[in-house]
Ligand binder design. Structure first.
Ligand code: BTN
Length: 250
């Protein structure tokens, strides 16, 4: 990538995604806002993201594809951003010896527990992605989780080791830059790697079809160009599900 990441460190903020939105055009492309403490961390579909101060990584990357030497990303290709972000975090975990999987669309799981969540917010302009905020919450050193959380884990819980937050951040950003460098010709490499790391791919397992309110046994086959999950259904046909049309029974 032509430019470097510019890291802005805040002791406390409501949400790093919100802060990027507030600062808007005053921020350079590839700015990263990281904080020790989010007071109103946001998760997907209006959920909260809880993270005890100083224990984990909570940060957001601002990307304006098509500007400052960054390759453009078409609106129809916007799922590429999820692929790049999840691969960047999962590569870091694998580099640390933690085997993980990407749970479509953009969670990272270790066995059946969630170690990382992402909130990716894109702004489109005509046929292109004008800007994207990639918000990442990676559980690093957290030892105790609230019982109200479904199935959380952390790098510490998995390996018994504590990690430097700064080193983990730098590792993720390095990976992110490497994947961004593949955009504009080598997207297939990104897609294949995402597929190879997909949680439950090819395994017969239980899901719920939310629209039909039915539990079924199916096999994940991959992700379509439109970002939908392709699942082989009990009758052998393939069905595509959008986010929130399917849930995993874990
Ligand atoms: C999810 O799995 O529900 C998504 C969680 C995303 C959390 C991160 S932490 C940094 C950034 N700021 C936010 O408010 N949310 C994201």
């Amino acid at each position: 990538m032509a430019k470097e990441f510019k890291i802005i460190r805040l002791e406390e903020v409501d949400s790093t995604n919100n802060e990027i939105k507030r600062r808007g055009d005053s921020l350079d492309n590839l700015s990263v806002i990281i904080t020790n403490k989010q007071t109103a961390g946001r998760g997907q579909v209006g959920n909260k993201w809880l993270s005890p101060p100083g224990e984990n990584l909570t940060f957001s990357i601002l990307l304006r594809p098509g500007s400052d030497g960054l390759p453009a990303i078409k609106a129809t290709e916007q799922f590429l951003i999820s692929r790049i972000a999840t691969l960047s975090v999962s590569d870091l975990l694998e580099e640390k010896g933690i085997k993980c999987r990407i749970k479509w669309p953009n969670d990272i799981y270790v066995r059946n527990k969630k170690i990382c969540g992402m909130l990716i917010e894109n702004t489109l302009s005509f046929e292109n992605v004008a800007s994207t905020i990639v918000g990442i919450g990676l559980n690093v050193n957290q030892e105790i989780f609230s019982p109200e959380l479904m199935n959380p884990t952390s790098m510490y819980k998995v390996s018994g080791e504590k990690y430097g937050l700064e080193e983990c951040l730098q590792g993720i950003l390095k990976n992110f830059a490497l994947y961004m460098a593949l955009v504009g010709g080598k997207e297939e490499e990104i897609k294949e790697k995402y597929l190879s790391r997909l949680y439950r791919r090819g395994e017969l397992s239980d899901f719920r079809d939310i629209k039909e309110d039915k539990v079924f046994k199916g096999k994940i086959k991959g992700v379509a160009e439109n970002a939908k999950l392709i699942v082989e259904m009990p009758d052998g046909s393939d069905k595509e599900f959008a986010f929130k049309e399917i849930s995993y029974i874990i």
